[in-house]
Design a protein around this ligand. Structure first.
Ligand SMILES: Nc1ncnc2c1ncn2[C@@H]1O[C@H](COP(=O)(O)OP(=O)(O)OP(=O)(O)O)[C@@H](O)[C@H]1O
Ligand SMILES: [Mg+2]
Length: 608
């Protein structure tokens, strides 16, 4: 609505301006006592009055047009930014692997303004400028007609200039566009480099990496500046060339008039020509400037358009339904998976396993063996190339993503934390969560007492995005994230390294919480701490070289020996045992002085 209003008023202003000038022309002719371009002698006083009225109307309308245009621009920008944010959140891991976080901030914050402006121009231009061009053209033809003897070559010269100059301008805009594409690439690289510094500034300080960061930023800034300078110089050259069009045409007309006019030629008509040339040339020139502007803005519009047009890589299948998981089973059937887009190397090579319902299964394997990848397949962040991922007896694709992710809840390896209060971080997953629910969840995972020590009302504890900053410790963050996962009452709970960074007391509490939870929740966890696994898991699945190599209860696997789990437990025992230490040479502590007694954490689960 504001957009249509602004376009309408813009068109009116552009249409009235040539008309006002034409009134001036008629007035001049009338004062000379000669007929004006229309062939009539008009009353000069009436014309003067009309001119004054029109001038005031144009000024008022221009003012209104500016205000309404600003209003409509802001509304469009707000809509566009909101749309970009919402769309971006729907896109999948391939997109987010390609366009980094800092670049997204740049696109949504800055590029959207350029895109909005150009979008507006594309929509409004033909209407607002078109009206002006047509009226000015008609009056120009009128004024030209007053010169009875104007030779045809003169008309051709004028026409050629009007056509050739924009064509050259068009060509130049291509060159300008390429230069601005380079600017965008440099700015994206700068945003990423800046992101490297802003992500964890304190880590940079501790690494004494100021100088390195400073150098990298300076290099990027220099590259941006060079590219910008190159592009701006090209744009200025192109604009200067287009700007000369009106002057060239006026000069041609003046020279012609100086050589061929006589006393019978009306001065008003000459004035009309001189006044109308910029009004005709203006819109044409603006058209060319518009194309140059489009090439300049295109590198910013393209990523904006890409986000709006991009199709989420994973979407609800046509037959997907909102299914309630009653039978809480999960199964992989001959799953073959490699990460898109290359889909190589193969991470899971024909993996099959039926996870036990209402039990705790731990997936154990070396770093990078594909444990987290299995978790990602279970919530359909990716689809496998081959085989089936089944939940509650149905393929994952049978569920709408909404119903799938409502019931299969993940505590990821690197949980998302929002900048804001602890409460806000719970509202992220449940908008209408009550303080009592949050408190109960935090008590359940055993982190409440520690949080109360930080702040009287733990729900107001400030949280930061990056681990290692803000008030919460690494282990506390993880427990809070686990509590947050629990408030969703999942049917299937996926835990990626739940015990990482959690102290011994909280870990043993975690064991009992998970054991109790597993009465009516299927828990699949990835875990490196074999003692924790031994204490908590009903079943262990070992993954190595893209396949499940051993399966069984922790006790059975240990008794069997030789398998991956037994090897891990053995390696852990050797790493933490004191057998290989030369005990005799370790000085005994002075017990009388050392208080309190340092506690040694016993390995969990004891010997098995
Ligand atoms: N988005 C991705 N694109 C391409 N390759 C990936 C991607 N994510 C992980 N990988 C690769 O897939 C393999 C398995 O990764 P995954 O995260 O599943 O390992 P993991 O077993 O969870 O390891 P860790 O114990 O270190 O967390 C790794 O070699 C990793 O390099
Ligand atoms: Mg992992």
């Amino acid at each position: 609505m504001p957009f249509l209003l602004s376009v309408g008023i813009g068109a009116l202003v552009n249409g009235l301006t040539p008309y006002t000038q034409q009134v001036l022309v008629s007035l001049t002719s009338a004062l000379e006592g000669k007929p004006g371009p229309g062939g009539n002698i008009v009353d000069p006083r009436m014309m003067a009055l009309l001119y004054a009225v029109l001038a005031v109307v144009v000024i008022l309308l221009s003012m209104a047009s500016k205000l309404i245009t600003t209003w409509s621009n802001e509304r469009m920008l707000v809509t566009l930014r909101g749309l970009l944010h919402d769309r971006m959140l729907l896109l999948g891991p391939i997109f987010h692997g390609k366009v980094t976080g800092p670049q997204l901030v740049q696109i949504i914050n800055n590029f959207s303004a350029g895109a909005q402006f150009t979008l507006r121009e594309i929509l409004a231009y033909p209407l607002t400028r078109g009206v002006g061009l047509v009226t000015a053209g008609v009056f120009l033809a009128d004024n030209l007609a007053a010169f009875a003897g104007i030779p045809p070559f003169m008309r051709w010269v004028l026409l050629a200039l009007v056509v050739i100059i924009p064509l050259i301008g068009w060509k130049l805009s291509g060159v300008v566009g390429r230069a601005f594409e380079q600017v965008r690439a440099e700015e994206a690289a700068f945003a990423d480099e800046l992101g490297n510094s802003t992500a964890q500034p304190l880590e940079v300080q501790l690494m004494r990496a100021h100088a390195q960061r400073s150098r990298s930023i300076a290099e990027r800034l220099t590259s941006v500046m060079r590219a910008k300078l190159r592009a701006t110089l090209r744009r200025e050259a192109a604009q200067q060339f287009q700007g000369s069009m009106s002057t060239i045409l006026t000069t041609v007309i003046l020279i012609y008039a100086a050589f061929s006019f006589d006393a019978s030629t009306p001065v008003g008509a000459l004035l009309g020509l001189i006044l109308m040339v910029p009004l005709v040339v203006g819109p044409i020139q603006e058209l060319v400037t518009f194309f140059t502007g489009l090439s300049v803005n295109w590198p910013m519009i393209r990523p904006v358009g890409e986000i709006i047009d991009a199709k989420p890589e994973i979407e609800d299948a046509a037959a997907a339904r909102d299914i309630a998981i009653t039978q809480r089973s999960a199964e992989l059937k001959n799953v073959i998976f490699g990460y898109p887009p290359a889909k190589t190397p193969i991470i899971l090579n024909g993996v099959s396993h039926k996870f036990r319902a209402d039990a705790i299964t731990a997936i154990v394997g070396g770093s990078g063996s594909g444990k987290s990848s299995i978790m990602r397949l279970l919530v359909r962040l990716y689809d496998p190339q081959n085989g089936d991922v089944m939940l509650g007896g149905q393929p994952v694709a049978a569920y709408t993503l909404e119903s799938l992710r409502r019931q299969v809840v993940t505590l990821s390896q690197f949980p998302l934390m929002l900048l804001g209060s602890l409460r806000k971080n719970f509202e992220l997953v449940k908008a209408d969560i009550t303080d009592d629910e949050i408190t109960a969840a935090l008590r359940r995972v055993g982190v409440w007492d520690a949080l109360v020590k930080i702040q009287g009302n733990p729900l107001e504890i400030p949280v930061t995005q990056a681990a290692g900053t803000g008030t919460l410790s690494g282990g506390q963050r993880r427990l809070v994230a686990l509590a947050r996962a629990l408030v969703l009452n999942p049917a299937i709970l996926l835990l990626d390294e739940p015990s990482t960074g959690v102290d011994v007391e909280s870990t043993s509490r975690l064991v009992s919480v998970l054991k109790e939870l597993a009465r009516d929740v299927t828990i699949i966890m990835v875990e490196h701490d074999v003692d924790f696994v031994t204490a908590v898991a009903d079943e262990v699945v070992c993954i190595e070289n893209g396949g499940f190599v051993a399966t069984g209860s922790p006790q059975a696997l240990l008794a069997q020996g030789g398998n991956l789990f037994a090897r891990f437990v053995d390696a852990r025992r050797r790493a933490t045992s004191t057998e290989h230490l030369d005990i005799e040479r370790v000085p005994l502590p002075d017990i009388a002085k050392s208080s309190p007694t340092p506690k040694l954490a016993p390995p969990m689960g004891g010997k098995m």
